[in-house]
Design a protein around this ligand. Structure first.
Ligand SMILES: Cc1ncc(COP(=O)(O)O)c(C=O)c1O
Length: 429
């Protein structure tokens, strides 16, 4: 296929090519606003800025709310607000979304907070929020005529792409750092597809993926050449939180950052809900969370700079280990506009936080969730986050994927012989 013209899998009756991506009407440059037709494009031809999806929504207010509430019990209830064809819910896909919003009173008490919620996206089919972005990217990739689903990944995206492609019956090719957590490598391999372990960090692999994408015109790299569509999947996290709170926005949110796309899109989701009259406008603060070993956005925020300087990652939070985050500057815009902050936490704090969330709420987070909870604690300590305002934190992945991170700091209370005497002698009663 070619990237110089829009393509279609559904020709119009007059022979003209069509792309049906629902309410999406164009791609627009996030830097200069230049608009181009919908297609497999991700960089502005005028200024090389990143492109994002522009919409013309068909309805708003009560009518839209009723349509959403009558929709499927997964992210396709939000199809009227996503770049996906109207019939998307009936195509073979793994149907992520509608994960639990859990009221975390025990953790709130421990941290001295009033109202705290955990949006637990580990409940998705491959146990991270990446199933959302991949579902939207897959829908767009099919509509644009691609035949292979591919990605460079820090792990969770690899799981999501391999699983979604398997269900859709198409080939997948995923590139991951060879030093990734074994759980993520093995689970990805189980879905079949081509899994390539690369001796390099994510930023090396991302570069390689860009080169392959330029050569292989049938391959949709979900976070490279169909990135504008892919990123929109994260809006559904914001939508769901608002619906689950009874169609209103929380006052504070804490979100982990790798590329930063998720944070930026949750904010876009909130903004759209207000514009569409689905929630009342009310001020909210967006906070970003990074591991100190890969914290270029936190560093820029603290230095008061607009430029995010790339770093070489060194942290146990491998899913967040992107040293050159594509959306870094946009994260800074959102955080500063809303009065939030970006904070970073040590690997030891991440491990403590994983255990704290598990012990208080029975939620076992992967390292990214540990980064988020540890950051929440630090933001409370610095006074940046108000303990009396309703707060939602995002657990974006499952702890079973990063067991090594806590392997040396948890274990059995006791190991005994199978006798009552041994049980009693061990002081367990
Ligand atoms: C579990 C988890 N949480 C959060 C993120 C951050 O996502 P983003 O790259 O959109 O900032 C990632 C990225 O891979 C992830 O795997």
């Amino acid at each position: 296929m070619t990237t110089s013209a829009t393509l279609s899998t559904s020709p119009a009756t007059d022979g003209a090519p069509t792309i049906d991506l629902g309410p999406a009407v164009a791609l627009s440059c996030r830097e200069c606003g230049h608009r181009v037709d919908l297609g497999p494009f991700y960089a502005c031809t005028e200024c090389f800025g990143p492109l994002e999806v522009a919409y013309q929504f068909a309805s708003s207010g009560e009518e839209l709310r009723a349509a959403i509430e009558a929709g499927p019990d997964n992210i396709w209830r939000w199809a009227p607000l996503l770049p996906v064809p109207p019939g998307i819910a009936s195509t073979p896909n793994i149907n992520p979304g509608n994960t639990k919003l859990i009221r975390a009173d025990n953790l709130a008490r421990e941290l001295g907070m009033k109202t705290l919620w955990v949006k637990d996206d580990s409940g998705n089919p491959t146990h991270s929020f990446k199933d959302r972005v991949v579902a939207v990217a897959l829908a767009a990739a099919r509509e644009l005529g691609f035949s292979v689903l591919a990605c460079p990944s820090t792990g969770n995206l690899a799981n999501a792409v391999a699983a979604a492609a398997a269900r859709a019956g198409i080939r997948s090719v995923v590139l991951v750092p060879s030093n990734l957590e074994q759980q993520k490598i093995l689970t990805t391999a189980a879905y079949g597809g081509t899994l390539v372990a690369v001796d390099g960090n994510y930023d090396d692999i991302n570069r390689l993926a860009g080169q392959i994408a330029a050569e292989q015109e049938d391959w949709a790299f979900v976070n490279v050449n169909v990135r504008p569509y892919y990123a929109e999947g994260s809006k559904t996290l914001g939508y769901e939180v608002a619906e689950q709170l009874g169609w209103r926005l929380p006052k504070q949110v804490v979100i982990p950052i790798a590329s930063g796309a998720q944070l930026v899109k949750i904010d876009k989701g909130f903004t759209e809900l207000v514009e569409l009259g689905l929630v009342d406008a009310s001020p909210y603060k967006v906070f970003g969370a990074q591991a100190t070993g890969c914290s270029p956005v936190a560093a820029a925020f603290k230095a008061g700079e607009d430029v995010v300087r790339p770093v070489r990652p060194d942290t146990i939070a491998k899913s967040l280990a992107i040293g050159n985050p594509a959306d870094g500057p946009y994260v800074l815009d959102v955080v500063r506009r809303t009065g939030g902050a970006v904070e970073d936490v040590s690997d030891d704090d991440v491990i403590d936080a994983i255990k704290l969330l598990a012990r208080t709420e029975g939620i076992f987070a992967e390292t990214a969730g540990g980064v988020t909870v540890a950051t929440l604690r630090k933001l409370l300590a610095t006074g940046a986050l108000d303990p009396d305002e309703e707060t939602v934190i995002f657990n974006t992945g499952d702890g079973l994927k990063t067991l090594d991170a806590i392997a040396s700091s948890v274990g059995p209370t006791a190991t005994i012989k199978p006798t009552l005497a041994a049980f009693e002698q061990a002081g367990l009663v």
